[in-house]
Design a protein around this ligand. Structure first.
Ligand SMILES: Cc1cc2nc3c(=O)[nH]c(=O)nc-3n(C[C@H](O)[C@H](O)[C@H](O)COP(=O)(O)OP(=O)(O)OC[C@H]3O[C@@H](n4cnc5c(N)ncnc54)[C@H](O)[C@@H]3O)c2cc1C
Length: 287
């Protein structure tokens, strides 16, 4: 099966003009998650909800400033659009100044999803690093909505410090609702009784069946590589490991080539791809 979209520019395959038209969304709520990260609950100004699949992203914009790709971090069953944004540079810094009542611009949703339905009847292993938990949250909520259809569900979450963990209250709720949640941090703080180290050290103890489990992985690229290699060592096939790739993007619809990774356009062929497809395309330097 090819993961590369047909990019011949005929009328049928060209993105519709609507795909480039931003829609106004009103900020209904802003929650400060960590020192540099906030979650926005957005309501469509025209009242039409934005349907999406877990794993997809939008181009989120501040008028007159610019737009950036941001994964949807909300519940796919909710009519509200939720984004979790980390302040790393020009556009994200301005986005994080938005307050309730302000209007942001949204294009999309774009890209591929996690397709968690492929794990029905089997184990699901979710591995997140830092802000990487945001794109995985809709997948976790979709699994929780049909918890009885999955076997063991484990979330392994690595963060820089306990205070850098996203959604700490929800982590406890997910535990109560049947997800085995394990957190690990690079640096502990006084009072932290959990683990300290790399998320890869948790993989062997996750207790999932390596032969059938579906693994969903999102975080810094170096973490993705190490997790995928460790999963392979444990017997998980690379095509049962799905990863979300990050590349700088401009159009989001496969036109500009900004996010091209050899034959893949991450905006349309990804961002979620099987590791078996991505691995040969990454310049693997880490040992
Ligand atoms: C599919 C996808 C989903 C994403 N989801 C989220 C999300 O849910 N929440 C979130 O906070 N961020 C997410 N990002 C990353 C976000 O798009 C970037 O942080 C943003 O584009 C940075 O723009 P800026 O103008 O604020 O920073 P800039 O001023 O452009 O850059 C600041 C620094 O970040 C680096 N940088 C810029 N863009 C990226 C990028 N895409 N990947 C890695 N480094 C980058 C630059 O090289 C520079 O060092 C996602 C990216 C992609 C491709």
């Amino acid at each position: 099966m090819s993961y590369v979209a047909d990019r011949s520019l005929d009328r049928a395959s060209a993105p519709s003009p609507d795909a480039m038209t931003p829609r106004p969304f009103v900020v209904r709520e802003r929650r400060q998650d960590t020192r540099d990260t906030a979650t926005y609950v957005l309501e469509p100004a025209d009242g039409v909800p934005l349907a999406f699949s877990p794993g997809q992203f939008t181009m989120l914009g501040a008028m007159g400033v610019g737009e950036v790709p941001i994964s949807i971090s909300g519940d796919p069953a909710s009519p509200l659009l939720v984004h979790t944004v980390r302040d790393v540079g020009g556009v994200t810094h301005v986005l994080l100044q938005a307050r309730a009542g302000d209007v942001l611009e949204v294009r999309g949703p774009y890209g591929t999803g996690w397709d968690v339905e492929d794990a029905r009847g089997t184990d699901v292993l979710v591995v997140a690093g830092g802000i990487g938990l945001a794109p995985l949250r809709p997948a976790l909520l979709a699994v929780l909505a049909r918890r009885e259809q999955y076997r063991r569900v484990a979330l392994l979450y690595g963060a820089r410090s306990p205070d850098d963990r996203l959604y700490p209250d929800e982590l406890d709720q997910w535990r109560e609702r049947g997800i085995d949640v394990e957190c690990i941090v690079d640096h502990g703080t006084p009072g932290w009784l959990g683990r300290v180290g790399l998320v890869t050290t948790l993989l062997a103890g996750a207790g999932v069946d390596p032969v059938s489990a579906l693994a969903l992985v999102c975080g810094p690229e170096v973490m993705i590589r190490h997790v995928a290699r460790s999963l392979a060592d444990l017997g998980v096939a690379p095509d049962r490991v799905r990863v979300s790739m990050e590349r700088n993007m401009k159009c989001g619809v496969g036109l500009c080539g900004h996010c091209q990774l050899r034959e893949l356009f991450i905006c349309t062929d990804g961002p979620v791809l099987p590791y078996s497809v991505v691995a040969p395309l990454l310049a693997v330097r880490e040992v």
